[in-house]
Write a protein that binds this ligand. Structure first.
Ligand code: TLP
Length: 345
């Protein structure tokens, strides 16, 4: 099966499995797992932060971050297409009592600075306290688009001026750095906190890392415990994460090249419309033209019969994500499968 539903489907590499088998472990809740400690130090160093915390998922990383930055009734400003707003089960409000203020994400995934400026509340008892701004880079629902260091810095400057903090959902921030050709820290060091995922394009089986100051990470560590995320001998997972950090960031441009190849092939097929500028990184978003007599679900079922799995993200819309386990011949096969699925009456 050629699985393009997400880069979350990536299986660990043989090198990761070997590292997991021989990982030295200890009780991480006591801070005694040497492999977790090593992963956290490396993540802090790479992102340009003082400290880091290994968490079970991107969702847990974002939740722990927002709960460590905000108290009940505080407000977080985020995009209306932010993963945290759309796909994290409303955890920040359900579990943290944090109020969210959505601003329109621009097609490139950014939030307009003027919109942010206007959204920050004055000190008035009618209003919640504006505490945090969250950004997403790359931006999933905006097409895997990315923002450069200059934009991040502008948002951070604005936040500083108004006494707010900035959290970056950097689930795929390594893809953003690869696409921009900048060191990771150029995108991650300016913000107060960042979550990145080991289990997406970096191919590890489980886990994300939250990075920030010592004091922030100490608060996040308590929140992680509260959420049931104290994982004990987690070194077996962190070992795969270490291999991911050391070996995977340098190859992400291959996924981006294959996404471009896929887009070029799909663009030739009648009835398929690609998003303008797609792909920016490893995601191809496409829509079925009105003349196509099938819904996306039906097309996805046909594609599956041809050995291809794709993400259905709307009645007539798909997301295809390239990753480590997708080869050039899979791209050609996917284009061929689409052609057949759309031709079949
Ligand atoms: N995204 C998943 C789905 O939930 C949509 C995917 O297949 O892309 N931030 C961003 C930007 C994400 O895309 C995701 C996962 C997360 C956070 C959450 O990460 P996990 O799945 O590890 O909780």
């Amino acid at each position: 099966m050629i699985d393009l539903r997400s880069d979350t489907v990536t299986q660990p590499t043989p090198e990761m499995r070997a590292a997991m088998a021989r990982a030295e472990v200890g009780d991480d809740v006591y801070g005694e797992d040497p492999t977790v400690n090593q992963l956290e130090s490396l993540a802090a160093e790479m992102t340009g932060h003082e400290a880091a915390l290994f968490v079970a998922s991107g969702t847990m990383g974002n939740l722990a971050a927002i709960l460590a930055h905000c108290g009940r009734g505080d407000e977080v400003i985020m995009g209306d297409k932010a993963h945290t707003f759309l796909f994290e089960a409303g955890g920040i409000s359900a579990l943290g009592g944090v109020h969210s203020h959505q601003l329109p994400n621009q097609p490139d995934g950014s939030l307009r600075l003027t919109d942010i400026r206007e959204a920050i509340r004055p000190d008035d008892p009618h209003f919640p306290v504006s505490r945090l701004i969250t950004l997403e880079n790359t931006h999933n629902r905006c097409g895997g688009t990315y923002q450069p260091p200059e934009y991040i810095q502008q948002v951070v400057d604005l936040a500083r001026e108004r006494g707010l903090r900035v959290h970056l959902d950097g689930a795929r921030v390594f893809n953003a750095a690869a696409a921009l050709g900048v060191p990771l820290a150029a995108l991650t060091a300016p913000v107060d906190s960042v979550t990145f995922c080991l289990s997406k394009g970096l191919c590890a089986p489980v886990g994300s890392v939250l990075c920030g100051s010592q004091a922030f990470i100490a608060r996040a560590r308590r929140v992680r415990k509260m959420l049931g995320g104290g994982m004990r001998q987690a070194g077996v997972l962190a070992a795969a994460g270490l291999v991911a950090l050391r070996t995977m960031p340098g190859r992400l441009h291959e996924d981006h090249r294959r996404a471009r190849l896929l887009a070029e092939g799909l663009r030739q097929i009648a009835g398929v419309r690609l998003d303008e500028g797609s792909p920016a990184t490893n995601m191809v978003f496409l829509t079925l033209e009105d003349e196509v007599p099938f819904a996306a679900r039906e097309v996805a079922t046909r594609l599956q019969q041809h050995g291809v799995r794709v993400g259905v993200v709307g009645a007539r819309r798909f997301r295809l994500v390239t990753h480590y386990w997708i080869r050039d011949e899979d791209i050609a096969a996917t284009v061929g499968a689409f052609r057949q699925a759309l031709a079949a009456g």
